[in-house]
Ligand binder design. Structure first.
Ligand code: ZN
Length: 303
């Protein structure tokens, strides 16, 4: 299949508004009133699972969006470009960016480990240097994939502790249905189950009959957030293993997931970008629980 770089296709998309529940409808939109031009490039027909395939993808993207490296004479060309991808291509691309170089003398592609061999062979042993071909790529992890992974890591940690039972109460009873939830097979359903768990745990920690409120009511002491967090938790809460686990699960990881999700989904208000970063930071220890975890590595790169 031949693709003509200069050919432009047009697609007319009619606005199609369907009724849906927007849980963040209270957030004001900062989007401009005028229409924004969005261009979809041609697909690159390779499977992005190897260094060679990703080189091809990055090159095609760089050329198509007018990156200076490929269009040095164009004054409006850009120096860098944000390129967003899923976990596996992200890690392979990281290696491609570091290892794929270009000889500054002849422009040939040289791998990092072969630079001296190249100089020896093609430039008579003269000292030559090489630059990264893909130094213009600013790698970004796809936030939706990250959210899906967060949910799965969270389920993995808490499955035997309480999530398997909760899923069963919510109707996922058979072996296949349990596996469906455990694997996070359907992200929207996964997030619904996790939301039920999140709200449920908070209620369990705070409503009457539950330790804090019961303690304070029985001694006729006033209830307050500060009292709960800074008096009751150190004195009582942290000393109970179950209560501490529920607290950390809700306060840190469920909150991180929820805040991250707001950052990812509320694109109409840029202020919420910081929510994404906050959620990512607080959730990160769960990614690092398993040292072989792909997302632990990505967390070290994507800061
Ligand atoms: Zn050369």
């Amino acid at each position: 299949m031949e693709i003509d770089d200069n050919e432009e296709g047009h697609v007319i998309v009619k606005e199609n508004v369907s009724e849906c529940h927007d849980e963040f409808q209270h957030v004001a939109s900062n989007h401009p009133d005028h229409q924004v031009k969005v261009l979809a490039g041609d697909p690159v027909f390779v499977n992005p699972n190897s260094g060679d395939a990703l080189k091809e993808v990055l090159r095609r993207v760089g050329k198509a969006v007018n990156v200076k490296h490929y269009h040095p004479d164009n004054p409006s060309a850009c120096e860098w470009l944000n390129v967003t991808m899923d976990g596996s291509p992200y890690l392979v691309s990281g290696k491609v960016i570091v290892d794929v170089l270009m000889c500054t003398k002849c422009g040939a592609q040289v791998l990092r480990e072969n630079v001296s061999e190249h100089c020896e062979k093609y430039h008579g042993g003269q000292k030559c240097s090489a630059i990264q071909e893909f130094s213009w790529v600013v790698l970004r992890i796809c936030k939706l994939h990250e959210e899906m992974k967060m949910a799965r890591y969270f389920i993995d940690l808490n499955w035997d502790i309480f999530l398997s039972k909760l899923a069963s109460k919510l109707g996922f009873v058979s072996e296949a249905a349990q596996k469906f939830v455990q694997r996070g097979s359907h992200h929207h359903k996964t997030m619904s189950v996790l939301k039920v768990a999140h709200i449920g745990l908070w209620k369990e920690m705070l409503i009457p009959l539950i330790p804090y409120v019961r303690d304070r009511l029985s001694s006729s002491s006033p209830l307050s957030v500060n009292d709960y967090l800074y008096e009751w938790m150190p004195e009582v809460g942290w000393k109970d293993a179950t209560y501490s686990h529920i607290f950390v699960t809700s306060w840190n990881y469920f909150m991180a997931l929820h805040v991250f999700r707001m950052g990812v989904h509320v694109r109409r208000n840029y202020m919420y970008a910081s929510f994404g970063r906050a959620g990512q930071k607080v959730f990160a220890p769960l990614f690092h629980r398993n040292s072989a975890s792909k997302y632990a590595l990505i967390d070290c790169h994507d800061r």
